[in-house]
Design a protein around this ligand. Structure first.
Ligand code: ADP
Ligand code: ZN
Length: 247
């Protein structure tokens, strides 16, 4: 499914909503790169780069990294040729200011396929999931000791199913940090969610949907509105000027 017009998806939802897991599935299905600001920042921290040093100060506390750092990072990333078909943002935007910055970017100006998809889960579930989360620092796969248990364990340490790397617990998945992340999420994300709602690009997947069915819901949302390249005539009938809402 690569003959769609430029497709930009942003995944919204509290930490632990499963954005990263869904992102990998969406990336494969629609052939658009997954841009996770959290992964980029964690990589920078592992490499101890200048960006990493700056970001670590905020991330350890569960606070947001300053917007200007995020702006630079996003602009450089979408400039790359692999992003010409579109992208999937995970963890960006995080507040109204970042959302407006995205709205004003040349990159999205002519985009007819723009989806903001919110995955909602309750707080207790967030805490439960994050305390059981394991993360592969190499290929970024995400596991959960309740729902998605890694297959191998050596000397008490779980290994990544895909690349064999030892899985780690993210520094910011400690309970105290998680509570602050939730607070930060509600303070900054709620106004941003309203912002996307007002632009009529918001879709919500409610927490009643089973985790395994979330991807199905996402594809349903996208495929109902997806606009394809003109060569794909039969699908063009779905396109309507009413859907050109983001431009
Ligand atoms: P989660 O969604 O599970 O909280 P992420 O990997 O998206 O995790 O983000 C981890 C941390 O990285 C955040 O708590 C924040 O400090 C920082 N971060 C990631 N994306 C952004 C962003 N767009 N703006 C500001 N800070 C960010
Ligand atoms: Zn791995």
């Amino acid at each position: 499914m690569t003959n769609h017009k430029k497709l930009i998806i942003i995944l919204l939802g509290p930490p632990g909503a499963g954005k990263g897991t869904q992102a990998k599935l969406i990336e494969d299905r629609y052939n658009i790169p997954h841009i996770s600001t959290g992964d980029i920042l964690r990589d920078a921290i592992l490499k101890n780069s200048a960006l990493g040093k700056k970001a670590n100060f905020y991330m350890q506390k569960g606070d947001l990294v300053p917007d200007n750092i995020i702006f630079d990072l996003i602009e450089n990333r979408v400039d790359q040729p692999e992003c010409k078909n579109g992208v999937l943002f995970d963890g960006f935007p995080r507040n109204v200011r970042q959302a407006k910055m995205l709205q004003n970017m040349d990159y999205i100006k002519d985009c007819e396929n723009f989806f903001a998809i919110l995955i909602n889960i309750p707080d207790e579930e967030v805490i439960k999931r994050l305390s059981n989360r394991r993360y592969c620092p190499k290929c970024k796969s995400i596991y959960n000791l309740i729902h998605k248990i890694p297959k191998r364990k050596v000397n008490g340490v779980y290994l990544c199913d895909y690349c064999g790397t030892e899985l780690i617990i993210r520094d910011d998945d400690k309970v105290e940090t998680v509570k602050n992340r939730l607070k930060v999420y509600y303070d900054s994300a709620e106004p941003m969610i309203d912002f996307f709602r007002n632009l009529s690009v918001l879709h919500i997947i409610e927490d009643t949907v089973l985790q395994e069915d979330v991807f199905h819901e996402i594809t349903k949302i996208i495929e109902e509105e997806l606009i394809y390249e003109p060569s794909d005539r039969h699908k063009l009938s779905f396109a309507s000027s009413e859907r050109q809402k983001w431009s």
